[in-house]
Design a protein around this ligand. Structure first.
Ligand SMILES: [Zn+2]
Ligand SMILES: [Zn+2]
Length: 299
């Protein structure tokens, strides 16, 4: 896998990061010396492919701030003047840009702000997955570096405000209200003994187990042993597993103790067969002799 960085001030070129993504090394821009930010990653070594961006459709209301911002973005992406950009907004499927992978990456990040009000296509399809939008690492008001910040929300103990903040302007650039579990970076160690578990419940546990551990985070891991499963991951990622274990009352060990509320698994109600459903069932299986009452007894 290749990891690429970009300088948020120069915003002109993707640089391949030589160190692993979770290494603490900070790389600096060879042009201006600023700290670089993670840009994107994927199984794609940058080459000299030329990409095209086609603007398929624009559905932003004709007046107002948003339209203005979009016209300015379009002028920047395609180096158009205002008149040309306005004309492009009114036509469908227009080629708005052609260029190398770095320029394409920057332009995709500019355009993404307007999705789903616009629809665009990249050709060939862009092979790298974007990490945090590098445009938010600089404050648009004062030009200083922003920081990530979390803050308690008054009176709502399970919630937290989390986002990008400018310490110079003392203002949020963007934020979300999310649960504390979502922003908890602690790696919890969970151990579940597998002996004496009903096979249906085991299927459910293994299903959640399979979905665990994301490949971009090498600090998380899981393993299946003969008599137990062991998982080490962030709060948000183990939530599904914990809620399955709690629901079926399966004993497990967790370290450190889990401080968040574990959401309740919605109980699955057994479907009751109706007379009509049974008629359809018999129609689909000629010769079958069964009544709704009989089926409901079977469960
Ligand atoms: Zn730079
Ligand atoms: Zn600022």
């Amino acid at each position: 896998m290749y990891v690429y960085e970009i300088c948020p001030y120069c915003m002109d070129q993707l640089y391949e990061r030589k160190q692993p993504i979770d290494d603490a090394v900070i790389n600096c821009c060879p042009k201006c010396g600023s700290k670089m930010e993670y840009a994107c990653l994927g199984e794609y070594k940058i080459d000299d492919t030329i990409y095209k961006i086609i603007l398929n459709n624009v559905a932003i209301p004709n007046s107002g701030d948003k339209k203005n911002k979009f016209i300015e973005t379009l002028m920047r992406v395609g180096k158009f003047n205002r008149e040309e950009a306005q004309k492009i907004c009114r036509t469908k499927n227009t080629l708005i840009f052609e260029g190398n992978v770095s320029e394409t990456y920057v332009n995709i990040n500019l355009l993404e702000d307007f999705v789903p009000d616009i629809h665009y296509t990249v050709n060939p399809p862009f092979a790298l997955e974007s990490l945090l939008n590098p445009f938010v690492s600089i404050c648009p008001i004062c030009g200083n570096r922003t920081v990530t910040r979390t803050e308690d929300v008054n009176n709502r103990s399970e919630d937290i405000k989390s986002g990008i903040y400018c310490e110079t302007c003392k203002d949020w650039i963007m934020f979300d209200i999310c649960s504390k579990a979502e922003v908890d970076d602690t790696k919890y160690y969970v151990e579940v003994p597998l002996e004496g578990i009903d096979s249906e419940v085991m299927k459910k546990i293994m299903h959640t187990f399979d979905g665990l551990c994301n490949i971009f985070d090498s600090a998380c891991n899981k393993r299946l042993e003969e008599k137990r499963i062991i998982v080490q991951d962030r709060a948000q990622n183990i939530e599904d597993l914990l809620c399955t274990l709690e629901y079926y009352k399966i004993p497990y060990k967790i370290d450190p103790p889990y401080p968040h509320k574990i959401p309740e698994l919605n109980p699955v109600y057994k479907n009751k067969w109706t007379e009509e459903e049974v008629r359809d069932l018999i129609k689909a299986n000629p010769g079958l002799k069964v009544t709704a009452d009989e089926l409901n007894v079977l469960g």
